[in-house]
Unconditional design. Structure first.
Length: 348
């Protein structure tokens, strides 16, 4: 039955309640709930992710199939949980830290994660900066010499046409003060076929270029995804990862360890493990901080340090990221630390 359901799935992204029902990822009984969520947030499940879903509540399905719980916002949840809007001096720019800035050239993604902290803004409507708005954003960067790093995000910058991406990269590369360009993307795992020679050529620069791939579960690292990542690496572009700690996706020791080890096998350095941002309707994904700290503590000393991410909380209101630990320095017992097996040792 499962094989038959998979063969019925179309070769294009699923976007509507009808698409989900026809693909066997929801039932007719779910239609009203799906339609209600569709009035709030966009849906897109590309073929690469469709093929990985074994059932709607598995670690892949949970990330991308709409859930009626999204329609209920709790009092602490915010439409702009990390303060992007308040820190945007011109459209397309977010300036939170002194030496770096975000450039958001579009608000389109290959898939729409159900826990996204920008879910109020992203969607098929595009949010594409037109030529004039893009030049205003680039001019802002040109006139702020304290900016050493520009992070392309969105939306997903690798959804841009190669010519437009090349224009942005060339413009940033011509700014003497910009030393590093970082691209945050879900494309390598969500739509690996987009990593074409033309797109790779558009990323060419004499500046330090990094790609940070958003990957939450080991199953996302399909052969096609790994091949796409190898193409990026072959351009002398290092690839890091960022993941979100999510209930029912990667919140067990086994799932988290499998993810981190799979990343390293694919030559991806785990960078950030994010505590969930409190966007509206995302409470069913929430994992308490202490549970996250305990998960990481359980892996310390049991896998290579190359696989160790920084567990971070983005403080609401645009206050920035803070590392959450776990801690091994015993502040209540000066001069003592915990070993990975939780024994106490003195040091000088």
């Amino acid at each position: 039955m499962q094989d038959m359901v998979k063969t019925l799935r179309p070769k294009t992204a699923l976007r509507t309640p009808e698409d989900l029902i026809q693909a066997g990822l929801a039932s007719e009984a779910d239609r009203a709930d799906l339609e209600k969520v569709a009035t709030l947030y966009a849906t897109a499940i590309p073929p690469a992710f469709q093929a990985l879903i074994e059932h709607p509540d598995d670690p892949i399905g949970r990330q991308v199939i709409p859930d009626i719980r999204e329609a209920t916002a709790l009092p602490h949840e915010l439409t702009d949980p990390i303060g992007d809007d308040a820190l945007s001096p011109v459209p397309g720019i977010v300036h939170r830290y002194e030496d770096r800035a975000l450039l958001k050239p579009l608000l389109v993604c290959p898939l729409y994660c159900r826990f996204c902290f920008r879910r109020e803004h992203v969607g098929p409507g595009g949010g594409l900066l037109d030529d004039a708005a893009l030049e205003r954003a680039l001019d802002w960067l040109r006139t702020h010499p304290a900016i050493r790093e520009v992070i392309l995000t969105g939306g997903d910058p690798l959804m841009l046409a190669p010519r437009r991406l090349a224009h942005i990269i060339r413009s940033l590369s011509a700014m003497p003060h910009v030393e590093t360009i970082r691209i945050h993307s879900r494309v390598p795992v969500a739509s690996p076929e987009r990593i074409t020679p033309e797109l790779l050529e558009a990323m060419e620069t004499d500046r330090a270029m990094w790609v940070v791939a958003h990957i939450n579960h080991a199953r996302e690292l399909t052969p096609a995804a790994v091949a796409a990542i190898r193409l990026i690496l072959a351009q002398a572009i290092p690839v890091l990862s960022q993941s979100v700690l999510l209930r029912g996706v990667n919140d067990t020791r086994e799932a988290l360890e499998d993810l981190l080890r799979s990343l390293v096998r694919a030559r991806i350095k785990p960078y950030y493990l994010h505590h969930l941002d409190a966007a509206p309707g995302t409470a069913h994904f929430h994992v308490p901080v202490e549970e996250g700290r305990a998960l990481l503590a359980s892996l310390r000393g049991k896998m290579t340090g190359l696989a160790w991410p920084t567990y971070v909380l983005d403080i609401p209101g645009g206050k920035g990221k803070v590392p959450l630990g776990p801690d091994y320095l015993l502040l209540e017992e000066p001069g003592k630390v915990l070993s990975p097996n939780l024994e106490k040792y003195s040091f000088t």
